[in-house]
Design a protein around this ligand. Structure first.
Ligand code: ATP
Ligand code: MG
Length: 394
């Protein structure tokens, strides 16, 4: 089929041609944002889910919704370093500068920028935000992150409220942030929420993100819902394939759909990759057949192996790879660390650092004490294709 018209879109954060199965989350975000602008309470969202299920796509969607509701919005992505405060600082700065540019808020924005400047000067090893204003000391430079973030959220929220707008910051890869920092973020935002200010954050991260504790937990539960973003149920997975083709005047045979849904298990990234490869190998011009799907499976699988899967293993050490391969041996789903160790003929404790390394690199997470699972769907099958024989690792 004509590759130029191929509608499918595998890629990190790439908007799918048909965004299916997420209407509920989008609708409740829209309601929350409208309520916040009216000075009411509104619960934002912390999305959790495995790799490639569409979390980033959803955060982008939330920004679109916010835009439509007259919000100023910024997106940040946390890196493996886990640094949140400096990234948040620059996002605040961008929001204030665009408010200034679009609304000429002058004095009030200058004061907020001054507060932000004092905040960033106080950050340990913090960057100069190169803001050309005098620092305003007091609201956000105590050195206690929760207090200071609270000062900033309130400051920004007041500017937004007084100018009849709102602020949404989306934060991606939030699982990289240390528990303590995450709690400071939640507690910081809580003050602005109490004051019913039109400012909020929406976050996304791997399943480990949901594990907040103590006081922060009860605050978080009042300010956010924690939807789990996952694979699409059969009917929606089919829609994700059918709708984009329909727009191009192309139809899928039922058996062809069944086959792709089965091999991808409805995981969004895999649906896009298979959709794309099937389209390119299909004879066409109007129908995608089960036969086309059959021929595309090795191509799509190779494409996923070399891209989506392999990039995750790039920086793993030999012991880490052996650990992943042993996990794969135990099949899909969480494995007991003890069983992994037994397969590798090692003590669980001696494998502790390896296990920690994999969690730090976000290739694995621990769903429960003593258990470990992949953060990437169907990673066990990839590991077996990549290293067919566990014993080959010695
Ligand atoms: N609801 C959906 N329907 C169909 N395709 C989708 C849907 N959501 C996302 N996709 C597709 O899935 C792929 C992955 O999306 P995205 O990058 O947002 O995932 P993610 O959860 O952020 O992954 P990661 O954890 O690796 O960052 C993209 O190609 C996107 O087009
Ligand atoms: Mg993402």
């Amino acid at each position: 089929m004509d590759a130029v018209r191929n509608p499918y879109s595998p890629g990190a954060g790439t908007r799918p041609p048909a965004l299916v199965g997420r209407d509920g989350e989008i609708e409740s975000m829209d309601v929350a944002l409208q309520r916040l602008r009216l000075g009411r309470d509104g619960r934002s969202q912390m999305l959790t889910g495995l790799r490639g299920v569409g979390k980033t796509v959803m955060l982008n969607e939330f920004e679109q919704v916010a835009d439509g509701r007259g919000y100023f919005h910024e997106h940040i992505e946390v890196g493996e370093d886990g640094d949140l405060a400096p990234r948040l600082g620059s996002a605040f700065r961008r929001v204030l500068l665009s408010m200034e540019a679009r609304r000429r808020i002058g004095e009030r924005v200058r004061r907020a920028l001054g507060v932000l400047k004092a905040f960033s000067i106080r950050l340990p090893g913090g960057p100069e935000l190169s803001i050309d204003v005098d620092a305003v000391y007091g609201p956000a430079d105590s050195g206690d992150l929760a207090t200071d973030l609270s000062g900033l959220f309130v400051e920004l929220g007041e500017v937004a409220r007084d100018h009849d707008t709102g602020v949404l910051i989306t934060i991606d890869e939030l699982h990289y942030v240390a528990q303590q920092t995450l709690e400071a973020l939640v507690m910081g935002l809580h003050r602005a929420a109490q004051l019913r200010l039109p400012i909020t954050i929406a976050g996304a991260g791997l399943p480990s993100l949901a594990a907040l504790t103590g006081e922060a937990k009860s605050y978080a539960e009042r300010m956010f819902t924690f939807p789990v973003i996952g694979s699409l149920p059969i009917s929606e997975a089919r829609e994700a394939l059918v709708l984009p083709a329909k727009d191009e005047g192309v139809r899928w045979e039922d058996a062809a759909l069944d086959r792709v849904v089965a091999v991808t298990r409805g995981y969004p990234y895999f649906l896009q990759e298979f959709g794309k490869q099937v389209w390119d190998v299909a004879e066409g011009p109007e129908v995608i057949t089960a036969e086309d799907v059959g021929r595309s499976i090795p191509v799509a699988t190779a494409e996923l192996d070399d891209g989506f899967f392999r990039v995750r293993t790039g920086r793993t050490s030999d012991p880490e790879r052996a650990y992943l391969r042993a996990m794969a041996e135990l099949g899909p789903g969480p494995a007991h660390s003890g069983d992994v160790a037994a397969l590798l003929r090692k003590k669980t404790t001696s494998l502790g650092p390896t296990r920690e390394g994999l969690i730090r690199k976000a290739l694995c997470y621990s769903p429960r004490w003593g258990e470990i699972d992949f953060t990437v769907p169907m990673f066990d099958e990839f590991m077996k294709r990549w290293i067919p024989d566990l014993r080959a690792l010695g």
